[in-house]
Design a protein around this ligand. Sequence first.
Ligand code: AMP
Length: 439
Amino acid sequence: MTFDELGLETDLLKAVRALGYKQPTPIQEQAIPLAIAGRDIIGCAQTGTGKTAAFVLPALQRMGRRRALLTLVVTPTRELAGQIEDVAWKCCRHTKQRVAAVYGGVGYQPQIDKVRRGVHMLVATPGRLLDLVEKGHVDLSNVEILVLDEADRMLDMGFWPDVKRIMALLPEKRQNLLFSATITPDVERVAGPILHDPARIEVAPSATPIEAISQSLYPVNALQKTDLLVRLLEKHQLDRVLVFTRTKHRADKVCRHLERSRIPGAAIHSNRSQAQRQRALDGFKNGTYRVLVATDIVARGIDVDRISHVINYDLPMNAQDYVHRIGRTARAGATGTAIRFLAAEEATELRDIEQLIGATLPCEDVEGFAYSERMVPDPQRTARRPAPRGPQRSGRPSHRTSQRPERAGSSADRGYRQGSRRPAAPAGAVRSGSGRRGG
Ligand code: AMP
């Protein structure tokens, strides 16, 4: 299918061509005609699937040239708001419509000035939007299209009370487009009362990692993770690397260690000012920093081309976050590599992840690295795929609640050996499993 067949007007098609998009992605192919027709949508799409254009293009088309704030996009992070604004500006370059983004962490006045000049589409994080509404700078009474982006993350981050307050300020008759990387029962619960006869779109099961990503496991003693990271970066040509840590403190610590090893890197997390976050992101995009060390919340909004490697320095507590993390690489048709450091205390998280993705991941070693005592997972361990879903098309895989794996060490067949000094496998070799494809 081509963009010409989706029912988009000429000015938008010109913008799509200028963006270099040749073919609509699956979410765009499905969502754009339905949204142009005015349907409510609940869309489940992985990161990097092109969902921004899937809601921006039809919203611009439906608004036409009327001068009022007609589309409101609510999104959880500042970075995401900035990126959506960027895509929207590029999409409306021939339509004479105006877009603005408002988010916390930066001064009010430039945002107030932008809104005052008149905008058709406002992209906002919930807190700053409510501030601006309460101070009388934003009028939501004409909004005809509401987009809730990353609805699952807004729930996780506790934004839902604010989102509900925002919705109470909107006209009741409106079109609602809700997107979420995963449609959990919680998302269904909060979305239900908002949406009117929604079209459901799910372009890939939420638990399926992007095919183009090769994944491998590096067992390591927790105290050696930073040394292993430095060794990997020094020895191998990993050029644009996103490293995930579990906490802000650990992100800073890793970054300091990189500095001492003269590896150009920056940290990005919610304790950093907006200016620091922007500098880190810009530096990573333009190649000043080879490594960006991030926590999950901030990394959700990051859209950087050609991230070659995602390194899970710490495994995420939530297996779904793993899928989001690795989705930062292999975006828009590229390939990528996801590496997981695995310390003994992360056995449970590993099992959750392997069950979610339905694959047993191969272990690798960094040649010449002096490993101290560590846990090496049993290559014979099994990763059961979650049971196929029933008639309800989305939702948390059932194993997350009903078959939650036991803590490592509590079961005789847990599949992990503690304290092994055995090397995991020769460097670069595949020990087991089906997860690794290519280099
Ligand atoms: P998103 O999921 O909206 O963050 O988009 C992920 C990336 O895919 C962005 O870098 C977009 O520019 C790119 N993209 C979106 N739609 C297309 C398309 N139809 N063809 C190629 N790239 C696209």
